[in-house]
Design a binder for this molecule. Structure first.
Ligand code: LLP
Length: 430
C-alpha cells in the first residue's frame, strides 16, 4: 500500500481526501461537479509567508497579486484584507479590483495592445499604468498626463514553464528594450509626469533563481541610466511575478529563503550602488499565492476500454481546466475515496469536450475507479477557472471557498440560460 504524501491543505483521513478540513466527496455531493474548492486559510498563509520573507530583508515592499491567476471577487477581497495590492492586465480586472475593495492607488495596470478608450478609463480611474510601448505612451499623453508613469522594460532574459509563458527576452512582444525605455521616460518627463516606476516580468512558473538574478541586474542597470541621464527618481521598482510552485509530486518547492536572500540582496546592493534612493520593491505573484489553495473536483461518469487505452471519462474537460491541453501541464489527480490504493493501472483521464485533445491526464497511474467516484485535480487555483470557457456550450463551474471554517458558494454554477443572455435572434428584415 502506497501512503501518499499530501501537502497542506490536503489531508488523508483513513484513505479519504479532505481539503481544508472538509471531505471532498461531501463537497462534491453538496455542490455538484465540476467544482473549484478554494481555501481562504491557504491563500492567507501563502501571502504571509512571502510577505514576511521579503519584509524581513527590505521593509518597503508591496505585493501586487496578479489578478489574472484567479479573479474571483472573494479571492481578491481576502488578499486585499491581508494588505495586498493588485496587478491588473485589463480594464475589467481593474473593475474587479475596485469592486472587491482595492482603492485605485493600490492597483497597477500592466497591459499590452491597449486601446485608447481603455487608456482613458484607466486615467479617469486614477490607475498607474506600466507602459508597454512608445505607441501606448504617446496615445496616453494625448488623453491625459497622469501623475505617475511606469515603463515595462524587457530585461532581455526570459524564463517560464512553457514557451507561451516566457514574457521577456528576444521573442516576446512585451516591454521596451533599453534604448526605447530611455526614450519613453524622456517623453514622459517632457510631458511633466511627476513620479516614476519601472517594471519587468520575465515569465511564469519559474523554479530557478538564476534568470531572476540576471533580469533584476539588467532592470537596475536600465534604472541607473534613466536616473543618471534623465535625472529621474523611482518611486517603485517592480520585479514581476513568476514564482513557480511544485506540480509533480516529486517537484521541489522554490526555495523561498534562497530566492529572497539572493534576489533582495542583489536589489538592495544595486539600489545603493546606483544611488536610486529608497524605492518600493514591488513583486507581482499570481500562481504562488493561489495555485495550491484550490482543487478542482470532477466526477467519473464513464469507463471505457479500447484496444489502445483505458479511459476514465469525467465531467471536467479543457473547458474547465485548459492547462494540460494548452501547455501539456501536469496536474496531480487523486481519487477522493481511495488515497492509498492496492492496485493501480494506467489511464487517460478525459473530459466531455468533442475534441481528442480534451485530456486532463495521459497514461496516468491511478487506482481502479468506478462510475460516480470523485477525482480531485490538484493545484487548480492558478489559471484554472480564469482560463475556463463555455466551449461546447457548457456552462462554467461553481466555486466554493472554505471560509472561516465553513464552505461558502463564492461563484454560482452557470446555467443554460446564462449562455443566452447576451445573444439575440434577429428577425428577418430587422
Ligand atoms: N505580472 C504580469 C505582468 C504577468 O504577465 C503575469 C503572468 C504575472 C504577473 C503573474 O505571473 P505568475 O506569478 O502567476 O507566474 N496561463 C499560464 C500563465 C501565464 C501567465 C502570464 N503572465 C499558466 O497557466 O501557466
Amino acid at each position: 500500500m502506497v501512503k501518499r504524501k499530501l501537502r497542506e491543505p490536503l489531508e488523508d483521513r483513513k484513505g479519504n481526501l479532505y481539503f481544508d478540513g472538509f471531505s471532498v466527496e461531501e463537497l462534491a455531493q453538496k455542490y455538484d461537479t465540476p467544482l473549484y474548492v478554494i481555501s481562504e486559510k491557504r491563500i492567507r498563509e501563502n501571502y504571509n509567508r512571502l510577505y514576511n520573507a521579503i519584509v524581513d530583508k527590505y521593509k518597503d515592499v508591496h505585493i501586487y497579486y496578479a489578478c489574472k491567476a484567479n479573479p474571483n471577487l472573494t479571492v481578491l477581497n481576502v488578499l486585499q484584507s491581508e494588505g495586498a495590492y493588485l496587478d491588473a492586465v485589463s480594464p475589467c480586472e481593474v473593475f474587479m479590483g475596485l469592486s472587491s475593495g482595492y482603492t485605485p492607488d493600490r492597483i497597477l495596470f500592466t497591459g499590452t495592445s491597449v486601446r485608447n478608450d481603455e487608456l482613458k478609463f484607466l486615467a479617469d480611474a486614477g490607475i498607474t499604468i506600466n507602459i508597454d510601448s512608445q505607441s501606448e505612451l504617446d496615445r496616453l499623453l494625448k488623453i491625459a498626463v497622469p501623475p505617475t508613469i511606469s515603463v515595462r522594460v524587457n530585461p532581455e532574459v526570459g524564463a517560464g514553464h512553457h514557451n507561451h509563458c516566457i514574457t521577456a527576452g528576444p521573442q516576446t512582444k512585451f516591454g521596451l528594450w533599453e534604448e526605447a525605455a530611455l526614450k519613453a521616460y524622456a517623453t514622459a518627463k517632457k510631458a511633466r509626469v511627476e513620479r516614476f516606476g519601472i517594471h519587468m516580468h520575465i515569465g511564469s512558473g519559474i523554479l530557478e533563481i538564476d534568470p531572476y538574478l540576471q533580469a533584476v541586474e539588467k532592470l537596475l542597470s536600465i534604472a541607473k541610466r534613466v536616473h543618471d541621464e534623465l535625472g529621474i527618481d523611482f518611486e517603485f521598482i517592480d520585479i514581476g511575478g513568476g514564482l513557480g510552485v511544485p506540480y509533480q509530486p516529486e517537484d521541489k518547492e522554490l526555495d523561498l529563503s534562497e530566492f529572497v536572500s539572493k534576489v533582495v540582496s542583489l536589489f538592495k546592493s544595486k539600489v545603493k550602488e546606483y544611488h536610486l534612493g529608497k524605492p518600493f520593491l514591488c513583486i507581482e505573484p499570481g500562481r504562488y499565492l493561489i495555485c495550491d489553495a484550490s482543487v478542482l473536483l470532477t466526477t467519473v461518469n464513464t469507463l471505457k476500454i479500447t484496444p489502445h487505452h483505458k479511459f476514465i471519462g469525467v465531467d471536467a474537460g479543457f473547458n474547465t481546466l485548459i492547462r494540460p491541453t494548452m501547455y501539456g501541464s501536469y496536474h496531480q489527480i487523486l481519487v477522493a475515496n481511495n488515497l492509498n490504493p492496492k492496485n493501480t493501472d494506467m489511464f487517460d483521464v478525459v473530459g466531455p469536450i468533442c475534441e481528442s485533445g480534451d485530456i486532463l491526464a495521459k497514461d496516468r497511474e491511478l487506482p481502479q475507479v468506478v462510475e460516480g467516484d470523485v477525482l480531485a485535480i490538484l493545484n487548480a487555483g492558478a489559471y484554472g477557472f480564469s482560463m475556463s470557457s463555455q466551449y461546447n456550450s457548457r456552462p462554467r463551474a461553481a466555486e466554493v471557498m472554505i471560509r472561516q471554517g465553513k464552505p461558502v458558494l463564492v461563484r454560482e454554477r452557470e446555467q443554460f440560460q446564462d449562455l443566452l443572455t447576451t445573444q439575440r435572434i434577429t428577425q428577418q428584415g430587422e
